[in-house]
Design a protein around this ligand. Structure first.
Ligand SMILES: Cc1cc2nc3c(=O)[nH]c(=O)nc-3n(C[C@H](O)[C@H](O)[C@H](O)COP(=O)(O)O)c2cc1C
Length: 433
């Protein structure tokens, strides 16, 4: 079904549209529920809003936070989310998604530490509390572009994402994977040294650890069985866990529970080659991580932002018009998040994909959190458009349509182009075409 651009003027109109489409979309007018603290592991988040990782492509060439990186995070800190889930930070130079992706090293760890201090000071001064700050450690895998052009480190040949078959040497060997795993140990040490509260071993959006989850047809130690396909992620955890020295430091992951590709190319999908989600394996994986590595919290996402972005961030304007109504996309995300949270009631789940609803996304967050379908609501694009929306929700129970994200995709376009990403609509002084 083709859709029309977002045109809802009241929350009731959004509700009616969801009813018409017969999709799950819990909306609540009472947003106070978002302002209850959440304790997980040794940490307490002041409220139930998380700012999701949003890469800015604005690091220095050596991987340190640049001027615009610091500006973004200080705006986030001012907003006052309970968690700042810091953007993708590379574990190796060849694994960077761009020449300006952050990359944590011994040489620049002090710059990260200084930024964290500034974030905490700003939030404390402006809001009276500090956010929990989690760093996302990544290997960009198939989407590695360390010098500004593609230098893929792919898990396997995947026809749905390869318009032209990659040269065989672009498929990483088992030995490469072992080397990549080992790099997480050093990153974990540095991450603690910088002062992060926890580290995310990124496993979403078809970057390396995520792509391996669907390597059903790969030979060797990392393909075929569930055990083999999850080996890389778990070995990254083992390497990281060996480096944890701070008692209050935790490991976690942002996990794709559904990729949007049919079997044998997608994780979390039915084996009948349809696009129906099947969360059996994602649930098993999250249970394993909980049991073996005591993850205190998990973030759930879906899709591949390069190939089927409507699955991970439903939008109005993109480089193609999807065959589904964006509200159906939001609903798919919310249903998946709910399934995981209900199956694991003791593990706080952070949801993703709320921004499409603009000024009503706080009502969706309240509906999800208030009903116990997730413990926290994570916001991506909205944080670029209007990082202060958390304060506004707290004081007025509403978000301002004049400041909200309009899901135009321009921030993602800049990211893909390898130039600093921000909001071209609401932050024009800094980001303009
Ligand atoms: C410009 C841009 C940068 C992003 N960077 C990251 C990232 O570093 N790590 C990640 O896991 N997701 C990243 N995402 C995905 C978002 O965290 C989020 O999942 C997505 O935008 C959907 O949430 P939303 O509807 O609130 O925007 C990025 C998205 C955009 C548009």
């Amino acid at each position: 079904m083709k859709h029309t651009v977002f045109h809802y003027h009241t929350l009731s109109e959004v509700k009616q549209e969801a009813e018409k489409l017969q999709v799950f979309l819990p909306l609540s007018e009472d947003t106070a529920t978002l302002f209850q603290p959440l304790t997980f592991g040794e940490k307490t988040a002041d409220n139930r809003i998380a700012f999701l990782p949003m890469e800015g492509t604005d690091g220095t060439e050596t991987g340190a936070p640049g001027e615009l990186t610091c500006r973004r995070y200080l705006r986030f800190a001012q907003g006052g989310p309970g968690i700042i889930w810091f953007e993708a930070v590379s574990t190796l130079p060849e694994a960077r998604a761009s020449a300006h992706q952050l990359y944590l090293t011994e040489e620049n760890v002090d710059a990260f530490a200084a930024l964290l201090n500034d974030i905490r000071e700003t939030s404390l001064r402006e809001n009276g509390y500090v956010p929990v700050i989690i760093m996302q450690a990544t290997n960009s895998g198939r989407y590695a572009k360390p010098h500004g052009y593609p230098e893929p480190l792919a898990a396997y040949h995947c026809p749905p994402v390869e318009p032209e078959r990659l040269p065989d040497e672009r498929i990483v060997t088992d030995d490469d994977l072992m080397r990549f795993e080992a790099a997480y140990e050093k990153t974990t040490k540095l991450c603690q040294q910088a002062g992060f509260d926890g580290m995310d071993i990124k496993c979403c959006h078809r970057y390396l650890a995520c792509e391996l989850l669907s390597a059903y047809e790969r030979e060797g130690l990392y393909g075929g069985s569930f055990e083999n396909r999850t080996r890389f992620l778990k070995n990254c955890y083992r390497a990281s866990a060996a480096a944890v020295t701070r008692k209050d430091f935790f490991l976690t992951s942002r996990i794709n529970v559904y990729d949007g590709y049919p079997w044998p190319y997608g994780f979390g999908v039915a084996r009948d080659r349809s696009l129906e989600p099947d969360f059996t394996e994602p649930l098993q994986l999250i249970r394993d991580l909980r049991e073996e590595f005591s993850i205190p919290v998990v973030n759930i996402s879906m899709g591949n932002p390069y190939q089927n972005p409507h699955v991970s961030r439903p939008y109005d304007h993109g480089n193609y018009v999807p065959d589904e109504h964006p509200i159906c996309g939001v609903s798919r995300l919310m249903s998946g998040i709910r399934t995981i949270q209900e199956a694991m009631p003791d593990l706080p789940v952070i949801g993703s994909g709320f921004s499409y609803l603009r000024q009503y996304s706080g009502n969706l967050a309240a509906g999800m959190v208030g009903s116990g379908y997730c413990a926290m609501a994570g916001f991506g694009r909205m944080t670029f458009a209007d990082p202060l929306f958390v304060r506004e929700l707290r004081t007025s129970g509403q978000m301002d349509s004049r400041k909200s994200c309009v899901t135009c995709g321009a921030c993602a376009g800049r990211l893909r182009a390898g130039i600093p990403a921000g909001c071209l609509v609401r932050d024009r002084e800094v980001y303009h075409p």
